[in-house]
Design a protein around this ligand. Sequence first.
Ligand code: FAD
Length: 424
Amino acid sequence: MTAQTGLHVVVIGSGAVGTVSAIECLRAGHRVTVVDPGSPGGEQASSYGNAGWLSSHSVIPPAEPGMWKRVPSFLLDPLGPLSIRWAYLPKVMPWLTRFLLAASTTPRIERTARALRTLLVDAPKLHATLAEEAGVPQLVERRGVLHVYPDRAAFEREARSWEIRRRVGVTWLELSADELRQREPTLHRRYTFGLVVEEAGHCRDPGGYVAALSDLAQARGAARIATRATGFRLERGRLAAVTTEQGEIPCDRAVVAAGARSKPLAASLGDPLPLESERGYHVMVTGAEAGPRTPVMASDAKMIVNFMNGGLRAAGQVEFAGLAAAPNWKRAEILRDHLISMFPELPNPIPADRLKVWLGHRPSMPDGRPCIGTARKTTDVVYAFGHGHVGLVGSARTGRLVAQLVGGATPEIPLAPFDPRRFL
Ligand SMILES: Cc1cc2nc3c(=O)[nH]c(=O)nc-3n(C[C@H](O)[C@H](O)[C@H](O)COP(=O)(O)OP(=O)(O)OC[C@H]3O[C@@H](n4cnc5c(N)ncnc54)[C@H](O)[C@@H]3O)c2cc1C
């Protein structure tokens, strides 16, 4: 098929995925309008407050074999690293069942890992190029990331995941207690084993990065309309317009990249896709006295810690409570307490005026793989949502794939593992 150019594409959502999709559609010669009631990469977007990891090795889905046995503790310990609010249990149960089943065996996990690897493999490089184009090269660093464990035995308890990573081509360096100490002098000495994944990178300000990418898109001709998309108008099976709270926008193609809020848009086209919010939190400390030289994931706290431009950020936690429930800021306090315990040179307590907290919604599919493909009713609507824990890192290739789907070109990686129809 010959790739088409010169179409009018409406991109719904200006988080990382929508914004990179807009840039790639412009690059392919299309006219682009981006709609979002919020600002690009603003606090409403998951892309704003994430941990900033550009981790091409993040290929393991969050669930694991046998995890179903821990569901009671997810309900009973509301402050554990993964929790489910009681009131939300009936609603999340069907999704949760699929989530647990999708990772119930090693071959299932490996299938997802192989697919995610194709999406993420050179993401740090792709992001470095995008950041360069947007005039913010300093926001993307490629210095590797560090995973730390209390001891080798703790690492070996995660051996299955690392073995799958090895099989899909991830390599790493192991650090002894001494090497870890030299590399991270302010890290608590209870961590005696580390791994460095050198291929990974990180972003020093995900919200600022997305805002800069949005400026780039606008400088290249994208229009931006501050409104909420409500659905689509089809005529004889073809897309005629995206409907919004401010009226219709006539167009040839649409891209649904509304993150965790994409579900009703897909449902309006007859695609009831199982998208759930995996709520996560961050805490930021300004003027931090200590912290990691390399972005670090603590295996015991299940938390990522990085220096960002605005301060030291600790991000993590998974909470199932839906899009509407109020934040439980105790979860951010847990992150703060873990942070102090990881870096004992931080003041305890940290003065409140040096702390900032945030709640975000990871847009998650039960199998840990995003939906990248077209709607059943019309191939004029492209879905690009559901990136869960890897939406920042995964946005670079997703944007390219979106432009390929929009223009009818052959996608650069096989899209079967990401096909929305796998759930329908
Ligand atoms: C605590 C935490 C840590 C994380 N750490 C990492 C990490 O280190 N690395 C990584 O790769 N990922 C990480 N993630 C995941 C990552 O943040 C998300 O996967 C990613 O940001 C999703 O991007 P998105 O563009 O799909 O959605 P979003 O960034 O949420 O953007 C969606 C946009 O759509 C808009 N929107 C919603 N509804 C509509 C509508 N109807 N019409 C128009 N616009 C609409 C919203 O206003 C929003 O701006 C983390 C997430 C959390 C919560």
